[in-house]
Design a protein around this ligand. Sequence first.
Ligand code: 48H
Length: 261
Amino acid sequence: MGLDELIVTRAIIETYTEKFLEYSDSDVAIVGAGPAGLTCAYYLAKGGAKVSIYERRLSIGGGIWGGGVMFSEVVVQEDAKRILDDLGIRHKPYREEGYYTVDSVELACSLGLRSLEAGAKIFNSITVVDVKVEGKDEKVCGLVINWSPVEMTGLHVDPITVGAKFVIDGTGHDATVARIVQDKLNKRLNTPTGKVIGERSMWADPAEQEVPRKTGEVYPGLYLIGMAATAAHGTHRMGPIFGGMLLSGEKAAKEILAKLK
Ligand code: 48H
């Protein structure tokens, strides 16, 4: 029996459409499949939540792949080692106590696979361009999305909307969703100035401690994780040490799972 190209076409379109429609209303919609977003998706899905991730690029992993200056290793500190163990991600102790290295390619692949296996769905090549809001307090209750190539080429094509009980901004340095709420809704965020402050210069030790601390609800229905939390709260950057990103994803997942129950 020969292969039929039209069957290939139909198989792809039908299966993707089914998947997309099933997740067009989720418990949690995460923007950005970086280390924080993927870790958060893993713990949420493992806890029974219906989770969708929208990622602008074709590839997942955000800033993981390049390690430090394209040397494809990242460092994870003692506090976050248990997350690597929990997810079965291999790591090596460095000769200085409390520092572990992880192959960055392996980290990106493993975080992606573990979150998918736990039940999260990743929609790549989709850019989040706005939020959906409802009620008197204009609570965030979904995302407005478009194909990334449409955004890149500036075609005049209207986006569509997906729903979620909680939205998570895991967009990294840009804190894109928090900025959308600040600029388009003209709302005060739960940060010291009410706005996205912008990250401070490198100081890894306090920076890493602050990432999980600053992780949380920044506006009704909107959570900040990872580097987006750092940027919004104006804390220090940390360079290629990734423990804070993993701990931040885990913390937001725990808080949201408690609210979903
Ligand atoms: C859909 C979007 C959109 C959008 C962006 O940058 P990331 O890796 O973010 P984190 O917070 O998980 O991890 C940060 C880490 O990688 C890092 O940069 C560190 C530790 N830096 C320290 C330092 O000192 O520099 O991932 C964010 C993801 C990316 O994949 C983007 O493509 C994606 O979000 N994204 N997806 N719609 N509007 N904006």
